[in-house]
Design a protein around this ligand. Structure first.
Ligand SMILES: *Cc1c(COP(=O)(O)O)cnc(C)c1O
Length: 347
């Protein structure tokens, strides 16, 4: 496939030089130095110094775990910042377009709106799989990115790897695979295919399986060349010191993460069994994620009934192909029991 990164990068971004901060110019080698270069308050309190703008220590752990280089990683203030950087690096406002595959994650649409980029939507089919021919027919020379969420939110299924392969081979822009839920899935991450596809971009997050939605850490994995473009436009200190520290602790403790994921997967199975006993639940979609989408008789009515019982679920009824569906996130065993009891009591 002929993929040319230069030709899809925005003109203004090509010529940019990133802001050079004090912490970029002098890199500590661990020796005791007197830091009088960044106008910080000198009295130590744990956060009086600017954080490492390149997050070297955190990236080095992540790179080792994922079998890639630190230069293949860009970190963002949540995947939402990573996705926004992709728009700003590659899509020319009012001229370029992206392709998204509803029903899917709402941020792609929001970010195209913010960045004045046309969002061309190609609906998933009724099995929530992409229509490859329709996508390729929708693509034109201004189609800079295709967003594939796998496992997909809100449907929960993984996207067929054969279809993703065809798209990677034929889409002329970047194919962004959002793997926010990959740790709950039996499918392989696309990270292992990085060297094979120069237009592959993968996003991951610590917000779901890693249990750290509050620290805001998103991960972008792509070729060194793509990451270098993103590094030109990222805010220098986008990952704060507290986030870097807690992320390092958490990703270094894979055992706890895996234990929690195992409990969530066990609970997912139990929830699906419980849902299948409820008379007003008409269909339960199979899930590779930490939530289950289900079709009910009347989504708004059931949503409000659950609210009255103190349980908040997500009503997805306005999404295409999702009429009268509710999305249930897997909670703790206790929370799931409360949900089950509440559902059984509804008339
Ligand atoms: C939750 C979610 C994210 C996470 O976004 P963060 O900004 O990293 O919290 C990304 N993509 C999808 C599809 C999600 O559902």
């Amino acid at each position: 496939m002929s993929f040319n990164l230069e030709s899809i990068t925005r003109e203004n971004v090509k010529g940019l030089n990133p802001y050079s901060s004090a912490r970029d110019e002098y890199v500590s080698d661990g020796s005791k130095m007197v830091f009088l270069d960044a106008n910080e308050n000198p009295f130590e309190n744990g956060v009086n110094r600017y954080p490492d703008p390149k997050q070297r220590s955190l990236k080095s752990i992540l790179a080792k775990q994922k079998g890639i280089k630190e230069e293949n990683i860009l970190l963002g203030n949540g995947s939402d910042e990573v996705l926004d950087l992709l728009f700003r690096a590659f899509c020319e406002p009012r001229l370029d377009n992206v392709i998204t595959l509803p029903p899917t994650y709402g941020m792609y649409q929001v970010l195209s709106g913010i960045n004045t980029i046309e969002n061309r939507t190609v609906l998933l089919d009724t099995d929530f799989q992409p229509n490859v021919d329709a996508i390729l027919n929708t693509m034109d020379t201004n189609s800079k990115m295709l967003f594939i969420c796998s496992p997909n939110n809100p449907s929960g299924n993984s996207i067929s790897s054969q279809k993703i392969e065809i798209l990677l081979e034929n889409f002329k822009g970047l194919v962004v695979i959002d793997e926010a839920y990959i740790d709950f899935s039996s499918e392989q991450s696309w990270v292992s295919q990085l060297s094979k596809y120069p237009n592959l971009v993968i996003t991951q997050t610590l917000s779901k399986a890693y249990g750290m939605a509050g620290i805001r850490l998103g991960i972008c994995i792509a070729s060194e060349q793509i990451i270098a473009v993103l590094n030109k436009i990222k805010p220098p200190y986008n990952i704060n010191e507290l986030t870097q520290q807690s992320a390092m602790e958490r990703v270094s403790d894979q055992k706890s993460v895996q234990e929690e994921v195992a409990v969530i997967l066990g609970e997912r199975k139990l929830l699906i069994e419980a849902l299948s006993e409820i008379s007003f639940i008409l269909k339960i979609y199979s899930s590779d994620a930490n939530f289950v989408l289900a079709k009910v008789d009347d989504a708004l009515k059931r949503y409000n009934q659950l609210l009255e019982k103190g349980i908040v679920v997500r009503n997805r009824t306005t999404q295409p192909l999702c009429e009268n569906t509710l999305r249930f996130t897997i909670g703790t065993p206790e929370e799931n029991t409360l949900l089950n009891t509440a559902l059984k009591s509804l008339v």
